[in-house]
Design a protein around this ligand. Structure first.
Ligand code: GLC
Length: 544
């Protein structure tokens, strides 16, 4: 598939918070002008598409996922002109930009909600979900378990309860109201008209509520999302919808429809299993999850990730696995949040380069378009003493200069403390130092992304896991029309010897993609390999 509109099938995404990236106007908050200045850094890293966390006016009680106005930019970040300049500059460099589209809820500061609070007669009252008691939809779980007791909150002014799946400061919109459905189309149209390349659609399982269900993934929700997709295809072909549905693969599968709903969907269950497999030195969790992953339409793609701006969610594991993950990866209770772990990639993996490389190599070679979370390409640390998820949202560490080169504001004005102690201190972990070091994590990621781009099977090839008796070894093929790749990972801390049946490839040559090596002829059906501790190989099967 070479159609330009299918760009997302083999794109590398980079997720960032404008506030945390680079402060141009020296007020202590990152801004759009600052981000624009840093676009060459992203281009050099090998990023194809930038996903911006919410950039709209907001009281920031959920870091911008509580939107007070869908049509404007949070003043800390700049204005619409700055956004257009940023977008053009990204496009000029051949990078795309997707923004967060928060359909499910607004901030309680949104003028619709402020008006709705006037009670039943208000024209906006029906924009939200109200009830005279707090008993409806009792089967819907509470998601922000650590801070909310119920999905209903009493509103003094309206003298009714309103429905919210997240913080009580984020009332859910009422998608049964056709005006709400239209409003959200208008929002999408506004940003697509401005030129954004698509949306990461937030919290989509929860759009509609129905009594007697858990109010997730309902048919009405899918029907609405299909309409949104149809609208995009009609007026903005080539722009994409990326689905945030923290669900099992069989449920996420439905969000791809027949290739007529979402273009992409996050693969939530894969992510914790990468950590499980690495810690156990055993590939079973990965094989299990890939087995659970149904085929998806040709014009759709998984979106895969190791970490993001939220806690490392453990919703898509069993109770026993969750306990194990908490014991292994969140020994201190402060590291836990809701059903997850609020730490970054490098500290989770003991700042051990071998484990970090293994995790990234799995991310870059398994099916899906990978998303890199800002700062994780240099192995940034976290701060578990900050509240909520703020500990994984600290300023980007550009250099060893004042304020990590993030801002020239006085230290006290920074939106968040820096990581300035211990092994993750910005004096030790920063872009500038890693750019100068040919062996740094940053340069290693650049190299892998470059190799990934040159080999189309990573984006569009099928996955075939090869049987292997050694449970520390994950061996799989990525096969596209143009090429066949053999990918090997040794998850154990010991060197492993193992045999693969390569009968079907006898007579072909194995050529390493990661380092210059002589090619090796596959001359016997049983092929013997040896992989050092936590090592990986990307091999091309070629005919000469
Ligand atoms: C999504 C976001 C999360 C936010 C929530 C409510 O899960 O990733 O950060 O808090 O939606 O909008």
């Amino acid at each position: 598939m070479s159609d330009e509109s299918l760009w997302y099938l083999d794109a590398v995404f980079y997720e960032l918070n404008v506030r945390a990236f680079f402060d141009h106007n020296t007020d202590g908050h990152g801004d759009l002008r600052g981000l624009t200045q840093k676009l060459d850094y992203l281009k050099d890293l090998g990023v194809d598409a930038i996903w911006l966390l919410p950039i709209y006016p907001s009281p920031l009680l959920d870091d911008g996922y509580d939107i007070a106005d869908y049509y404007s930019i949070h003043p800390d970040y700049g204005d619409l002109e700055d956004f257009k300049t940023f977008l053009n500059a990204a496009h000029q460099r051949g990078m795309r930009v997707i923004t967060d589209l928060v359909l499910n809820h607004t901030s309680d500061q949104h003028r619709w909600f402020q008006s709705a609070r006037n009670g039943r007669g208000d024209p906006y009252h029906d924009y939200y979900v109200w009830s005279d008691d707090d008993q409806k939809y009792a089967q819907a779980r509470v998601i922000f378990l650590d801070s909310e007791q119920s999905n209903w909150t009493w509103d003094e002014s309206a003298q009714r309860y309103y429905w919210h799946r997240f913080y009580s400061s984020q009332p859910d919109l009422n998608f049964d109201n056709p005006d709400v459905r239209d409003e959200m189309f208008k929002v999408a149209k506004f940003w697509l008209g401005m030129g954004v390349d698509g949306f990461r659609a937030d919290a989509v399982p929860y759009l509609f509520e129905r009594e007697g269900t858990n109010c997730e993934n309902l048919p009405a929700t899918h029907a609405y999302l299909k309409e949104l997709r149809h609208f995009i295809d009609l007026y903005y072909p080539g722009r994409i919808l990326l689905c945030e549905a923290n669900q099992w693969p069989k449920d996420v599968r439905k969000y791809f429809g027949e290739g007529d709903e979402f273009h992409m969907g996050f693969h939530f269950p894969l992510m914790p299993r990468i950590y499980m497999a690495i810690r156990k030195g055993d590939v079973s969790p990965l094989i299990w999850v890939m087995d659970q992953t149904p085929p998806i339409p040709d014009n759709t793609q998984w979106s895969t990730f190791l970490r993001n701006h939220d806690e490392l969610t453990l919703e898509m594991v069993s109770e026993e696995e969750r306990q194990w993950m908490w014991e292994q990866y969140a020994p201190d209770p402060r590291m836990r949040l809701n059903l997850g772990i609020r730490r970054r990639l490098a500290p989770l993996l003991d700042n051990d380069r071998r484990k970090i490389e293994l995790a990234y190599s799995l991310l870059f070679t398994l099916p899906g378009s990978p998303v890199i979370y800002y700062g994780d390409e240099i192995g940034m640390g976290d701060n578990i003493w900050l509240d909520d998820r703020s500990g994984v949202r600290t300023p980007m560490q550009w250099s060893n200069d004042n304020n990590a080169g993030f801002s020239a504001a006085p230290f006290e004005s920074l939106y968040s403390p820096l990581i300035d102690e211990g092994e993750f201190s910005f004096s030790k972990v920063n872009v500038s130092q890693q750019e100068q070091d040919p062996n740094s994590l940053l340069n290693w990621i650049r190299k892998l992304l470059c190799i990934r781009k040159q080999n189309p099977a990573f984006g569009q090839g099928n996955l075939q896991i090869l049987p292997c008796e050694n449970m520390s070894i994950l061996a799989f093929l990525r096969e596209s029309k143009q090429q066949t790749l053999l990918i090997l990972h040794n998850l154990s801390p010991e060197t492993q010897r193992f045999t693969l049946d390569l009968t079907q490839f006898q007579g072909l040559n194995l050529v390493g993609l990661l380092q210059v090596e002589n090619s090796v002829l596959i001359s016997t059906p049983e092929y013997h390999f040896e992989l050092p501790s936590r090592n990986y190989q990307w091999l091309n099967l070629i005919d000469e």
